[in-house]
Design a protein around this ligand. Sequence first.
Ligand SMILES: Nc1nc2c(ncn2[C@@H]2O[C@H](COP(=O)(O)OP(=O)(O)OP(=O)(O)O)[C@@H](O)[C@H]2O)c(=O)[nH]1
Ligand SMILES: [Mg+2]
Length: 462
Amino acid sequence: MLTINNQYNKNDTIAAIATPPGRGGIGVLRISGALSAKVSKIFLKKIPKIKHATYLPFYNMKGNLLDQGIVLFFKKPYSLTGEDVLELQAHGAPITLNVLLQEIISIPNIRIANPGEFLERAFINGKIDLIQAEAISDLINARSVQASRSALFALKGDFSKKIHKLLYLIQKLRMNIEMTCDFSEENTHVIDIINMKKNLKKIFLKIKKIQNLSKYSNLLQEGIKIAIIGKPNAGKSSIFNALSGRKSAIVTKIPGTTRDVLHEYININGVSINISDTAGLRVTRDIIENIGIRRALKEVCISDHVLFIVDSSIDSSNDIYKLWPQYKEFALKLNKKIAVIRNKADLSKEPIGIIDNQDYPIITISVNDNSSIDILIKYLKNLKCLQLNEEGYFIAKQRHLYELKITKYHIFQGKKILRENTLELVAEELSAAQKALERILGINLNSNSFLNEIFSNFCIGK
Ligand SMILES: Nc1nc2c(ncn2[C@@H]2O[C@H](COP(=O)(O)OP(=O)(O)OP(=O)(O)O)[C@@H](O)[C@H]2O)c(=O)[nH]1
Ligand SMILES: [Mg+2]
C-alpha cells in the first residue's frame, strides 16, 4: 500500500458534493472514511443496510428534517475508495446540500475532500490503477462519443492490461538475463543471445502497437480545430452558424462585422471539431479590426484545417495566393491543409459541388441552400484526420505517451548493445524500461507531488 504525505491528514473522513453546482433533479453528497457510519447515525438516525438503496429522511444536527432521498452505504473494502462510503442522494437543491455538508464537516476529523481525493483514495487502496483513475476524468471531460468510448476502454482496464503484460515480459526477460549473468560467472550456462534479441524485438513491437492505439489520443481528447477565414463579408460567420446550427455569430452585410474569434464545437464521425469564426482579412487602419485580423492569423497557425471562404459573386479567382498573398507564408511554414469555399453561389450562379483535382479542394456552396451545407459537412466527414476506426483506441495522457517513448528507447538501446559481455548493461536498460511502465500504472511511486499533481486536476467530489 502506498502512503502519501501532504498537508491533509489521510485518515480524515472526507465529504463533498459529487454533483455539479446549481439546481438539479438530484444532488449527491459523498462521504468516505471511518466516520461515515457516525455521519449516518447523526443525519439519518440509523445506519442503512449495506449496498441497499434505502429511502430515508435527512435531518440536521438539531434533529430537524432537511430533506429525504435515497441512501447508499458501503463497508470497506467493498466501496469505490476502499473505505466506508456513505452516499446521500438528496433533491438537487444547492442550499440543502450545502447546509448538510457544512454540518457534516463540523464534526471533528471530517473535512471537505480535495479535488480528486475520492479517486486518490481508491488508487491508494488498490481499487484502481493510475490509468483507470485518469480515465474517469477523461470520461467526464469527453466531448464526443469516440472520446468517451476510448476513455471507457481505459477505465475497464484494457489499457492497463496491455501495460501490465508489457511489464511482465520485460521483467521476465530481465530476470532471465540477470540469472544468465550470475551463472555465466561459473561458466555453466549457455547464453542464448538470439532468443534474447527475439524477445527484445517482440517487446519493441508491442510498445509500437500500443503507441499506435493511442496515437489518436490528442484528437479524441481535443478534437480537431478548423479555422474559418476569408475576406470581410464573404459569409464566414453565416457558414460558422450553419455548421454549428446556432446563431452565435453576428451576421450583417457590413464588412468587418466579426472582430473577435468565436468558437463552437460540432460533432462529426463521433469526433469533436472545434470550429472558429474569425475577422475578415483585409488591410485596414482600424485598430480593433487589426487586432481581430492578427487573432484570425493565429487561429490559422493553431488549426488542423482551414476553410478559406470566398464571395464567389465578387472574386472569380480560386488562387489562394492571389486571394490572400500571406497564405504562401503559412503554407510553406506550417503546411496547413486548406479548402476554398466559394460561397454565395446563389448570386454567382456557379454550380454547387466539390472539385478536388487542384492543389486544394474547391467547394461551391450557398449558405441559403441547406443541401450545399450538407456537401460541406460531407467534405469534413471525409477528412483523413477524422477517419477513425471505431474500436480499440485509448485516450492516453501525454505522460503515458512520454513514458512509452522512454520504454521504447530503453528496449531499443538494450537490443542495440546486446552481446555476451554486455548483458548487465542490457539488464539496466530493461530496468529503466520497467520503471517507465511502472510510472504509467502508478506502481512503486516515491513522489507525492507527482500524485498530487495528477489528482488535483480532477473535480471536487470525484
Ligand atoms: N445571397 C447570399 N448572401 C449570403 C450568403 N452567405 C452570407 N450572405 C450574406 O453576406 C453578408 C455577410 O455575411 P457574414 O456571414 O456576416 O460574412 P463574414 O464573412 O462573416 O463577414 P465579416 O464578419 O464582416 O468578415 C450577410 O448579409 C449575409 O446574409 C450566401 O450564400 N448567399
Ligand atoms: Mg463575420
